[in-house]
Unconditional design. Structure first.
Length: 454
């Protein structure tokens, strides 16, 4: 068993951005599942400005940029990828880092303070849970997990470990979203919000969905460790240019579709600004559900209990594949260009739009001519995590926040795949009206890849 990182015992538990009811729920649930109070946290004993010893699991694609982002003022001590070509490229940049093709072997290495997980979705929870069990600080890419059960467990495990955690939703740290959140939550500029519309252009021109599983098989390249890529997922043959390195997103066994890819980004400011708890009802529409891959397009309809920032009930609609709310709903000028990815908040006094990457705007324009936007800075999502490790502080998207956010996002997939409007009991982690829907909340891991706690 690898040794715990250097550390001193603190009473810190991460999590600052969730509402009090949600924090209270997770605290009570953690105590129940662990049989008592939370375990002490083991944080790095390094003084401020010391380097954090970081291991990176997944160093190609987004993993490459994640690695480069966390490297400044820290030390990349280990790198892991199932693709030896990608691993070799990373090794040129970080020649002192130890190399692995199996993340389980990497986590046996002593001297690791923190871990970055930038793998396909199905490996997020297994690698992160193992790292948490060893007392490692974790930065895990969105969506936090592949299943709702995993999201709940990681939030509980992070609370028990007391380490510094962050989900990779870097837009959260932008001036753009901070400004929108401040206008909605602090200034209540459009009054109480009664409905929200959020949309994305994916998967168009990014990957294919609604397709059958290939019947052929290919021999994996000698540099690709296919069994390690599959990991906890059900066994299937390698097919060239179909799963690795990118098209895995559209396959249910490995990815979480469009909702998992973009939902954690775009619904983050909705949950954050309005301080939403779990939805109570989720419905979806789209093509007939496919057993193997996500839909070509989908609309997801969430019903949330109201908060102090909303009307008694809040309706949130999610649109995929370029679908958007009706243009007249925006109350925008005729020449307004809109956005391929964005959010429209509809309130008692008017509307607020924020895009990805467009800055927020208020509609109708004349009604808000005198409003002054808050002057808030861009910050670095990665640097925030590393500084929190050094200073024993909290991050802006710890697992206590991003776990519940991921649950909300993935409930859309559950509703779509079950083909019914689902009633959600968050405390019990259960769909109460469609028993078959509960089969999509978790899955068994492949034999030999089981992870304690998941």
């Amino acid at each position: 068993m690898p040794a715990l990182p250097r550390g001193r015992c603190l009473s810190h538990v991460d999590g600052m951005t969730t509402s009090l009811p949600r924090r209270r729920f997770f605290g009570q649930t953690a105590a129940v599942l662990t049989g008592g109070s939370l375990a002490p946290a083991f944080l790095s004993s390094a003084a401020p400005n010391d380097k954090v010893a970081i291991a990176c699991i997944g160093v190609g694609g987004k993993g490459w940029s994640d690695m480069l982002e966390v490297a400044p003022n820290n030390e990349i001590v280990a790198i892991c990828d199932i693709d030896e070509d990608r691993l070799a490229k990373a090794a040129v940049r970080f020649d002192k880092a130890k190399r692995f093709t199996d993340w389980r072997k990497l986590l046996e290495m002593p001297g690791i303070d923190a871990v970055v997980v930038s793998t396909p979705d199905h490996t997020h929870a297994p690698a992160t849970a193992t790292a948490l069990s060893l007392g490692k600080h974790c930065y895990t890419q969105k969506p936090l997990t592949h299943s709702i059960h995993e999201a709940r467990q990681l939030a509980l495990m992070a609370a028990k470990a007391g380490t510094v955690t962050q989900m990779g939703i870097q837009h959260h740290a932008t001036r753009r979203l901070k400004t929108a959140v401040h206008a909605l939550r602090n200034d209540a500029v459009i009054g109480k919000v009664r409905e929200v519309h959020a949309w994305t252009d994916r998967p168009i021109n990014f990957w294919k969905q609604g397709i059958d599983r290939p019947v052929k098989s290919d021999t994996p390249p000698p540099t690709v460790h296919w069994d390690q890529w599959l990991g906890v997922a059900p066994e299937r043959p390698f097919v060239a240019a179909t799963y690795h390195p990118f098209s895995w997103r559209g396959w249910w066994d490995f990815g979480t579709g469009v909702a998992g890819d973009m939902g954690c980004h775009i619904l983050d400011p909705v949950v954050n600004a309005l301080e939403l708890g779990p939805p109570r009802l989720v419905a979806a529409e789209g093509p007939k559900p496919h057993a193997e891959s996500g839909p070509e397009w989908c609309l997801i309809h969430y019903t949330f209990p109201g908060t102090k920032h909303t009307t008694d009930t809040l309706k949130v609609t999610w649109y995929e594949a370029g679908k958007q709310p009706p243009r007249e709903l925006f109350q925008a000028p005729a020449d307004w260009k809109g956005s391929a990815n964005g959010i429209l908040f509809i309130g008692e006094k008017g509307n607020l739009f924020v895009g990805f990457p467009e800055m927020p705007e208020l509609f109708p324009k004349a009604a808000f001519a005198d409003y002054t936007w808050a002057d808030l800075p861009d910050t670095n999502h990665y640097e925030e995590w590393a500084k929190a490790i050094k200073n024993s502080t909290a991050t802006s998207t710890p697992f206590s926040y991003s776990g519940p956010l991921t649950e909300t996002v993935l409930l859309g997939n559950v509703a779509y795949r079950s083909g019914a409007a689902i009633e959600w009991d968050s405390a019990a982690l259960k769909v109460t009206n469609v028993s078959e829907a509960n089969t999509f909340l978790r899955r068994d891991y492949r034999k030999g890849w089981e992870v304690p706690g998941l």
